[in-house]
Design a protein around this ligand. Sequence first.
Ligand code: PEP
Length: 255
Amino acid sequence: MRRPLVAGNWKMNTISAEALQLAREVAAGAAAAAANADLLVCPPAPWLVSVRETLGGSNVLLGAQDACYEKSGAFTGEISVAMLADAGCSHVILGHSERRHIMGETNETVCRKVKAVLEGGLVPILCVGEQLEEREAGQTETVLDDQMAGSLTGFTAEDLSSLVIAYEPVWAIGTGKTASPEQAQAVHAHLRKWLAGQYTQELADQLRILYGGSVKPDNAAELLGQPDIDGALVGGASLKADSFLAIAAAAPAAG
Ligand code: PEP
């Protein structure tokens, strides 16, 4: 069965003392809160190594918020997958809507990053999501299918066996507006069907599809209780250990 994953995307927040304090608090509460879920924190890149040290022997995983698709060389400002692995990361968020819509990342760029992360032995968390006007125009599924196909070109089912998908409706990120559990479930079921159609039913049944978009302790249980929602990608609420841990604690036992 799919064990839920609750991932915190700290985005471009925290200075080092704040990051370490947050990591300490998450690590301290992880065992009690996350009986039913894997826990992952994705701090800003400069704090990865010190957060890893702070997480110590806790069961909290470490992830990055982005990676370069090139292996090494003259790419000023970029961070390679090998560097992230060396820093202790197991996961990398890719194609987050802020990277797609603010930094101009295309499906093609995201696809190259997925390839680099898989080749580097880390787990990509591929984000997809529609904008409000696309949802209102009835284009949600077309937009998502396009993002999935474009971000996952050229892979076999075997290549993608570790992939995590995060469905994050752009209109729900950082806005306080959450997709209703029914809206989110419908999209997750659609994404799983898409995976079965493009790859195999086995892969579709196995991959974790997270929901992201204003997940909070008070809406987490209903969202995470949906049959095709396998955890959460949490932005704002991951910046406070108690709310992040409360979301993790809302994950139902895989059954
Ligand atoms: C995110 O950044 O992935 C996110 C879902 O943010 P928030 O929880 O703040 O909406």
